[in-house]
Write a protein that binds this ligand. Sequence first.
Ligand code: SF4
Ligand code: SF4
Length: 170
Amino acid sequence: MACLTQLHDDIDNRVHNILHDHPDWLCRKGCDHCCRQLANIPQLTPAEWALLKEGLQSLPAQQLREVASRLNNLPSSRPFTCPMLELATGTCPVYAQRPVACRTYGFYIQRDQGLYCTDIESQTDEGKWDGVVWGNQDVIDRQLGSLGPSRALNDWFHHWIAETEQNSTR
Ligand code: SF4
Ligand code: SF4
């Protein structure tokens, strides 16, 4: 059974190798198109949520309130912007604790759906990234499946807030 740390290490290695061989790779700080184009609310395993919660707990109170407000007011139409994205800077405030899907995006391919990033995909179609050894998203998804049942980010979040409020009134 994979553990989350092992999974992160494997992904980090893959990403490192791709970036090492291709220093002009498009993924870099400030490129936030993927964070602004979510097709669905992120699904997290218990281990991913435990880590992400650590990141959220370390945010300033006002920033956490803003995340909560965006999670409470998710738009009904897709795609939408990740509720955690810092809109002014295009950066992720929980980057070190981000879910696995955010770590593989742009570097892994899913058998039926291909690459998710259209910017990288169009360069791939032009032959720019010939020779890249992509990660296999299907393998990652299978390993994530062994970490326990996933729940939607807003479910985890609301459960956590309710629990915190309950504990504070005891
Ligand atoms: S996956 Fe695409 S949109 Fe996201 S950081 Fe990489 S290049 Fe930018
Ligand atoms: S958690 Fe961070 S990296 Fe992932 S989609 Fe949201 S803002 Fe982007």
